[in-house]
Ligand binder design. Structure first.
Ligand SMILES: Cc1cc2nc3c(=O)[nH]c(=O)nc-3n(C[C@H](O)[C@H](O)[C@H](O)COP(=O)(O)OP(=O)(O)OC[C@H]3O[C@@H](n4cnc5c(N)ncnc54)[C@H](O)[C@@H]3O)c2cc1C
Length: 430
């Protein structure tokens, strides 16, 4: 009889709980520890920030849905994980023991690494729902009093798709309000070229995104290091390939949203053997921590090395499909351990992403993540916006109903040679 704990009930943690529950025996128990009792669908945050969604539209009260599946919820949140003692210290001072722990805490947002960055400083964020709500007030102020907009992702960020998405969504929202003509827009990114996305491009993401930005009158600065942000002004150093400063820019703005770099959450940061220096969970190919073999990691909180050298640090994105694949492999591997077998399931970390522009969008599939690839495909069209809405509805229905099948499995991409997108494969332990 084992007690499995999932730490974090975000996009990865909730489906992890459902898939794990389906694999546990009668006497086994499952607990989800989260910061609060509400799930919210992060990919819809850009829509919240321009008023296309209300927080309630994309949120789910976890207690009843987990309770129906006999999964316990501890909404106190974790203060610290103690992997050597197989226990989690919760924020209310209590302690929770586990036999197996799956860490799914997502990112901590490193706004502090750039002076003046973030919602407590001078730029907006869409990383969390409360940030998106705050960004909506700033967006309303922009509509009332139009001025320049700066959107992008700073050095060390690993989540570029949502930055592009948000730039195009703001463009669409401003056009709908007939204010776009009064708003010069600049996209600022640490990527070496538009469409790199932390993946050295996928298909023709460079061409597609550059063309879409030209078409929508969005200027861009790549290889951009944000030095500091003051109220209404961003100081950006555009660097050469060797990292030396090529040109300094002072960008005035009436509204700015910049994605920060990510790091590990305080509950795990600095635990030797569990995390890398930035606090990401180190895992082997079975999603398992090498030092603490009853601890697994899934989602944005796991350590993945960058795909190649770039003048400024550019991290690899962890998208929904990749995370679903990590979840399935982890459930298989813990189930194997519970049966006294060795873990064998390996997640295929393919990157599949739908980047919405509000009226159309770009989709890409990178298989494997690191080039050269077997599948390296990107496409643009109105269908991407529809597919993104479908992803939102499908995922929220899944969370509410406790299903564990996946959106991507049902999205037919057979033509690309990917039949079962949530694919994992089995490899004998070394
Ligand atoms: C704005 C934005 C848009 C995105 N859009 C897409 C998209 O369209 N498609 C796509 O595939 N991917 C997208 N992503 C990337 C990725 O899919 C999401 O970031 C996804 O939410 C990551 O899932 P996760 O489970 O790793 O982390 P999260 O969903 O962030 O969940 C982490 C959970 O852990 C909890 N937690 C943190 N610390 C603690 C603690 N100490 N104790 C207890 N609980 C804790 C948090 O409260 C949260 O509930 C997007 C990312 C962002 C930021």
């Amino acid at each position: 009889m084992a007690h499995v704990v999932v730490l974090g009930a975000g996009l990865g943690g909730v489906i992890m709980a459902y898939e794990m529950k389906a694999k546990l025996g009668r006497g086994d128990t499952l607990t989800v520890v989260n910061q609060g009792g509400t799930y919210s669908f992060v990919p819809s945050n850009p829509w919240v920030a321009v008023g296309w969604r209300e927080p309630k539209d994309i949120s789910v009260d976890l207690e009843p849905v987990l309770g129906r599946r006999k999964i316990a919820l501890r909404p106190e949140g974790a203060k610290r994980v103690h992997p050597a003692e197989n226990r989690i210290e919760l924020n209310d001072g209590s302690s929770l023991d586990y036999d197996y722990l799956i860490i799914a805490t997502g990112p901590d947002l490193a706004f502090d690494e750039v002076a003046g960055l973030g919602p407590e400083g001078n730029t907006q964020s869409i990383c969390q729902i409360d940030h998106a709500v705050q960004a909506k007030s700033a967006f309303d102020a922009l509509v009332k009093k139009p001025g320049p907009v700066v959107i992008g992702a700073v050095q060390g960020a690993s989540c570029y798709g949502p930055a592009y998405e948000f730039a195009f969504i703001v463009d669409t929202a401003l056009r709908q309000k007939k204010k776009r003509d009064q708003v010069p827009m600049t996209f600022v990114t640490a990527e070496p070229y538009v469409g790199h996305l932390g993946l050295d491009g996928v298909g023709d993401t460079k061409g597609l995104l550059e063309s879409a930005m030209r078409d929508r009158h969005i200027k861009w600065i790549t290889n951009a290091k944000v030095a500091k942000v003051e109220a209404g002004k961003m100081f950006v150093e555009e660097v050469n390939d060797d990292g030396s400063v090529k040109q300094s820019h002072e960008l005035p703005f009436a509204f700015s949203m910049m994605l920060p770099a990510f790091k590990g959450v305080p509950a795990v940061l600095g635990i030797e053997g569990l995390t890398n220096p930035r606090g990401f969970i180190t895992i082997d190919k079975y999603q398992r921590n090498p030092k603490f073999p009853n601890v697994f990691g899934i989602g944005v909180c796991v350590a993945i090395p960058p795909v190649g050298k770039t003048p400024l640090p550019v991290g690899v994105p962890k998208t929904g499909f990749m995370i679903e694949s990590m979840v399935t492999a982890t459930a298989e591997n813990i189930a194997a351990l519970l049966k006294g077998e060795e873990p064998k399931a390996v997640a295929t970390w393919n990157a599949v992403c739908l980047a919405d522009f509000g009226d159309e969008g770009i989709a890409f599939v990178a298989q494997p993540q690191i080039p050269p690839r077997n599948v390296n495909w990107s496409a643009q069209g109105k269908w991407v916006h529809m597919a993104k809405v479908g992803f939102e509805k499908y995922f929220l229905r899944k969370v509410r109903s406790g299903q564990s099948d996946t959106f991507y499995e049902n999205l037919v991409l057979d033509v690309l040679g990917i039949k079962k997108l949530k694919d994992i494969h089995l490899e004998a332990a070394e």
